[in-house]
Write a protein that binds this ligand. Sequence first.
Ligand code: SAH
Length: 280
Amino acid sequence: MHHAAPSHVHPVHLVGAGPGDPELLTLKAVRVLRAATVILVDDLVGPQVLASALAGCARSPRVIHVGKRGGCASTPQDFIEKLMVREALAGEKVVRLKGGDPLVFGRAGEEIAALRDAGLAVEVVNGITAGLGAAAALGVGWTDRRVGAQATLLVTGHAQPGSPGPDWAALGATAAGGVTLVIYMGVSQLARIVQGLRETLPATLPAAVVQHASTGAERRLLSTLGSLVADVAAQGVGSPAVLIIGEVVREADAQLMPTSSTSKTSVAFGGMTPPAPRGP
Ligand code: SAH
């Protein structure tokens, strides 16, 4: 049921923090953060992002960390929603700061529904999603028409509890027709994802992984579908990372390639020593 919000109540802002580089925050995100009295932060949001947005701010907002980190239980979603509602109804200017864009694998739908149910107004401030941060790191477009990429699919590699998760063979069949796959939360399930995709996609298809896109810790790995699992294991690339799979990856910035490399397969970047070339 919807109730009318009292007049001292402010809209709640769901704000995208971008992929990590503080300079990729929007001007609107910075303005809203600086006006906030309570900020609920996911831990995919790097500390520099918030610090930079609030630099020189006269008042310090209350900052509440509500994310999950490396295997620890996340703050229950229900608790986060209740907290936002309670703080907003108490007259606080509440910002929910999320990595990337709140509308991409960000549970924004659930939070917007909970806020609306409480009679609160909600405003979304877009951020740059990690998949675009990864594309920028590689210097490739999602929809490069020169290689016939007509569409891009954003896919989660993480199945909801009780759900079988994406049908990777079927997604692969779709991608075979000029679709770029951008896979979030895929590193821990990589072997299973690649096994499914390989039912319908060739081993030679270019594939890339970008970890910590847009940050000082960024790591890029260019490979192929056939070598991806071994390359990721060999290079120790982990979360958070985005996979980009498709012909567009062939266009990855040649400057990223070590000049000694003869093949894009099994080459890692980001200051890492490339592995010895493999046999054919
Ligand atoms: N709303 C976020 C996505 C949240 S899901 C967005 O729009 O970007 C969390 C996943 O995002 C991670 O598992 C990883 O796949 C990806 N991710 C977030 N930040 C990243 C970064 N800096 N580099 C690479 N991947 C990132």
